[in-house]
Write a protein that binds this ligand. Sequence first.
Ligand SMILES: NC(=O)c1ccc[n+]([C@@H]2O[C@H](COP(=O)([O-])OP(=O)(O)OC[C@H]3O[C@@H](n4cnc5c(N)ncnc54)[C@H](O)[C@@H]3O)[C@@H](O)[C@H]2O)c1
Length: 248
Amino acid sequence: MSGKLAGKVCVVTGGARGIGRAVVHAYAAQGAQVHAIDRFADEIEAVAAGARASGHTVTAWPLDLQDDGAVEATFRRIEQQAGRIDVLVNNAAIIFFKAIEDTSIAEWDQLIAINLRGPFLCSRAVAPGMKARKSGAIINVSSKAGVQGGNDETAYCASKFGIEGFSRALSIEMQPYNVSVNTITPGHPVHTAMSETTYAPEMRKIWIDPAEIAPAFVHLALQTASGINDRYIKAWDLAQDLANGVVS
Ligand SMILES: NC(=O)c1ccc[n+]([C@@H]2O[C@H](COP(=O)([O-])OP(=O)(O)OC[C@H]3O[C@@H](n4cnc5c(N)ncnc54)[C@H](O)[C@@H]3O)[C@@H](O)[C@H]2O)c1
């Protein structure tokens, strides 16, 4: 298999839809062995089957990231099968818009469990192997909501500001082991299942297919601690720079 990611073992969470699905296909097209996780078993199996029909190497792992025991077991099985994990993309997330008094404790806990505790569990599972091999890349999908507040978004903003803090601390911890840790935000409206429920009409006029920002995820997967590291990356800007040869 040739390509920028040939020989790399990559895990992508939330791979059944939207940005995650685009990243699964982009990584596979660049020669990676991709392990795609999602809570929707039929959809993630279909994504993997479609990729395999194109000659790519994608394995589907149906998994709810809220189930900490299942997360641990799944990553152990992936490592046993593949021998190692080189790249982790913590992409899966949910969103809702509610005033704080209308947000139930169960809704708050579920969103934080998926958007923040999930990346912690997945990163905790891959970190020992990456540290031992002194190589790897962890990409945490953030949002504009990770750097500025939004109305009726206390839970989502808390999770995305949380992923920013988590990433800054993890990048310091992983730096001596040559592992890069970055956050990434689309940086341009993208058409996904999530944005179908969140975007205003004017944003729907300019939304793009997530495949257009996927090259930025490929580039971050190639980074070491001395490359792009400990940064909040706008995927659209980086994809444009790559397309224009500003970054190579
Ligand atoms: N779409 C946007 O405009 C936008 C903007 C900024 C940031 N983001 C971020 O980008 C990422 C992807 O968003 P998207 O728009 O592609 O969303 P999406 O809803 O289209 O896809 C998210 C995927 O995550 C999966 N998922 C959710 N909960 C899960 C769980 N408990 N276990 C396993 N899988 C689970 C879903 O099944 C789905 O396949 C998210 O982190 C989101 O916060 C999106």
